[in-house]
Write a protein that binds this ligand. Structure first.
Ligand code: CA
Length: 235
């Protein structure tokens, strides 16, 4: 599966170097020399991942990122910021603006590829949403819309299914109720945050007879986390 990468970088030699480094079957790179061109390329084709330089002429990389995150069609695209700066403040600013990761120049091709793979894994790009997932005896097949525990099928409502699917794609990570609403219900839907609690309760109830309710953990004053269960035969 080819990953389509949009590279927004004003330094032509670095662009060339990155295009060369990412050439091959795994990646297809579209180049843009500034933010304006970046948006033009985005409109032409939605990339799977964006490599974004911090210091761009005109609109900065951070401003580009902020605008990107305001657009419903683009806000899910993973972004790795490329920067010469190593200051903690800048890193925080970039991450707050919605960057998924951060690479300080100069970086090796190997490091870049490793970070890209990690970000794509973490953000679960569209293609990956069809991949069956399993965690300690719990299996979810998104295509067949089936959840099984060992050999038994589990009956879940559509929201509980989407919740579990989201959790299983992002194990061991804490999400606030607002984040879960964004990811599972969608940002344009108006639902109260306590609705999340209702569906979490239903999901736990469905998992409880099989002893898997404990993998949906409450993280006090933050939200919820999915922690992969231990297979019952492993303890
Ligand atoms: Ca630059």
């Amino acid at each position: 599966m080819t990953v389509h990468v949009l590279l927004v970088e004003d330094e032509a030699p670095l662009r060339e170097m990155l295009c060369f480094a990412l050439s091959g079957e795994a990646y297809e790179v579209t180049e843009a020399g500034d933010a304006g061109e970046g948006f033009t390329r985005l409109r032409e084709r939605r990339p799977d991942l964006i490599l974004l330089d911090w210091m761009l002429p005109g609109m900065s990389g951070v401003e580009f990122l902020r605008r990107l995150r305001r657009e419903a069609a683009w806000r899910d695209i993973p972004v790795i910021m490329l920067t010469a700066r190593g200051e903690e403040d800048d890193r925080v600013q970039g991450l707050e603006a919605g960057a998924d990761d951060y690479l300080v120049k100069p970086f090796s091709t190997r490091e870049l590829k490793a970070r890209m793979a990690a970000v794509l894994r973490r953000t679960g790009r569209e293609q990956d949403r069809e991949t069956p997932l399993s965690a300690g005896g719990l299996r979810l097949d998104p295509v067949a819309h089936k959840v099984t525990v060992h050999d038994g099928a589990l009956t879940l409502g559509p929201t509980e299914f989407r919740l579990l699917h989201f959790f299983m794609r992002h194990p061991e990570r804490v999400f606030s109720r607002a984040q879960l609403l964004d990811h599972v219900w969608g940002r344009d839907v108006y639902v109260e945050e306590r609705t999340v609690d209702v569906h979490i309760r239903r999901l736990r109830k469905a998992l409880a007879p099989h002893g898997y309710d404990a993998c949906i953990q409450t993280v006090r004053s933050v939200g919820y986390r999915f922690s992969a269960p231990l297979a019952p035969d492993s303890h």
